[in-house]
Ligand binder design. Structure first.
Ligand SMILES: Cc1cc2nc3c(=O)[nH]c(=O)nc-3n(C[C@H](O)[C@H](O)[C@H](O)COP(=O)(O)OP(=O)(O)OC[C@H]3O[C@@H](n4cnc5c(N)ncnc54)[C@H](O)[C@@H]3O)c2cc1C
Length: 461
């Protein structure tokens, strides 16, 4: 067997890492090693929604057949209700907008989704568990041992390219920003170095998510015509919001309730980020909400509380031969159901560039530059509009708040609800009006460009 043209190590076997591994392991020229910190490759028992851009990637990777079997509704491109929006924080809730999009949002149980990714990994791809990356070193020009990885268990490994797909608490990102900062420092730019160092740690968004899975039969027995049994729903309210949608072919309902305190955004959350809490905690936060929301609460046996953390925008997703993807690169608010989809898109574009015949150890810088050029602006845009969506959903946008229960027949209230509706649609249009294909073509065209005076290196600082 001829030696691989590139040895790629992927740190983290979540949605982004596994998608990257599936995409890379289609090429016999690439050796792929996935290092996962947990004892097994697994996902939490919650829902996940993807939009047409990411769905197209999953189709291109040959996953559509297996994923369609697990989807709530077999995906197609027909107009579908993506979400019904309702103002739910008053005794008589108000239906105010139905978002219809081509194909709608395609919803899965996370465990089903993860299983399909794992089943599609090529046997050539080597996977490891209990390998928590603590740091890495890269020494320019020292191939084949260009990058050395250190794990918590005292072992080490080496690779030509390191993909940091280790989520919002990414150890790769921590080292990555240190690297960028030390380059800036070496160039005498100590203020920039400090700013870069500050980009490392994730920040608390000021928002808590309560997550649960509801048994659909139980809800049906309580309220047979509950609208979430058929349609994905978003319930709005002052400083709070609920996203609920059917998963697992309609047998379960994914439930996420948000409590936002924007005055605490980017402060430190000093308790465990994820914790089981009594259902009573949730009930007391939402006791003024309408009866159909209360019906959801009555069906919850177990709820956990997540402190939602995000990351600040980086000046590059690439440093030397290390590339960040997914939450490690751009952890975002979950209000557009987009974080996993963006990780999938990163993984696909990066893998397509690395597997392209024009990419070799010698031209690696160019491929990584193309990844950063195409993916960073897009993912950071989605990160921004996801935050904006949160401000809208929790009625925190200036001029779009209510100091008493809203009445759709009151012109001022109707006008606000209309404005909220049009902003929801406008902010979210990227998900169905743009395609991953054109971005990928743009990235691949960069592989034909010539390096400028300073070469292709993405080391910024
Ligand atoms: C309430 C909520 C709802 C959401 N809903 C949606 C949705 O509907 N649609 C959507 O697209 N997104 C959604 N998201 C966002 C989505 O879950 C994330 O963006 C996505 O999981 C990121 O994928 P990832 O692969 O980058 O990271 P992760 O899925 O977090 O995977 C990271 C992996 O790396 C491993 N790891 C961590 N540290 C190390 C280390 N040092 N060494 C080795 N391995 C390590 C972890 O164990 C994990 O397996 C939601 C998020 C929340 C909080």
């Amino acid at each position: 067997m001829s030696p691989a043209k590139l040895r790629v190590a992927i740190c983290g076997g979540g949605v982004g890492g596994l998608t990257c591994a599936v995409a890379l392991s289609r090429s016999k020229d690439i050796q792929v090693d996935v290092y996962e910190a947990a004892n097994e490759y697994a996902e939490i028992g919650a829902g996940i929604g993807v939009w047409p851009r990411a769905w197209k990637v999953l189709c291109d990777l040959g996953l559509a057949g297996d994923l369609s079997k697990a989807a709530m509704v077999p995906p197609d491109n027909e107009p579908k209700v993506a979400f019904d929006f309702r103002k739910g924080d008053q005794s008589d809730g108000i239906d105010f907008y139905t978002l219809v999009t081509p194909g709608g949002m395609i919803a899965f149980h996370r465990a089903d989704f993860h299983r399909v990714l794992l089943n599609h990994l090529s046997p050539r791809c080597r996977t490891y568990t209990k390998k928590r990356l603590v740091s890495y070193q890269q020494v320019a020009g020292q191939s084949p041992n260009l990058i050395t990885l250190q794990f918590q268990d005292g072992t080490s490994a080496s690779c030509d390219v390191l993909v940091g797909a280790d989520g919002v608490k990414s150890a790769t990102r921590r080292k990555f920003v240190e690297e960028l900062a030390s380059i800036a420092r070496a160039r005498g730019r100590s203020t920039d170095a400090q700013k870069l160092s500050d980009l490392g740690p994730p920040r608390w968004s000021g928002t808590i998510a309560y997550r649960a899975i509801i048994d659909a039969e139980r809800l049906r027995s309580l309220l047979p015509k509950h609208r979430v049994l058929n349609n994905p729903m978003v319930y709005f309210g002052a400083n709070s919001q609920l996203t609920v949608y059917p998963i697992a072919r309609g047998s379960k309902i994914n439930f996420a309730a948000m409590r936002a305190q924007y005055d605490r955004e980017y402060t430190t959350f000093d308790q465990p980020w994820v914790q089981d809490v009594p259902v009573q905690d949730l009930l007391s936060e939402f006791d003024q909400w309408e009866p159909e929301v209360q019906a959801l609460f009555k069906c919850i046996n177990k709820v956990n509380r997540w402190a939602i953390h995000t990351t600040l925008p980086l000046p590059s997703f690439v440093s030397g031969h290390v590339a960040l993807l997914g939450d490690a690169a751009h952890a975002m608010m979950p209000y557009q159901g987009a974080g996993a989809g963006q990780a999938i898109e990163d993984a696909f574009v990066l893998a397509s560039l690395l597997t392209d015949p024009r990419t070799t150890l010698t031209t690696l810088d160019r491929a990584l530059r193309a990844y950063d050029t195409v993916r960073r602006p897009f993912a950071q845009h989605v990160q921004n509009v996801s935050r904006e969506a949160g401000l809208l959903y929790t009625l925190n946008q200036p001029g779009l708040t209510f100091d008493r229960p809203a009445r759709p027949e009151a012109p001022a209230d109707a006008k606000k609800l209309e404005e909220i509706s049009s902003r929801i649609r406008r902010n979210w249009e990227w998900a169905w009006t743009t395609t991953i294909d054109s971005d990928l073509q743009r990235a691949l065209r960069i592989l034909d460009e010539h390096p400028g005076r300073n070469g292709w290196s993405c080391v910024t600082g």
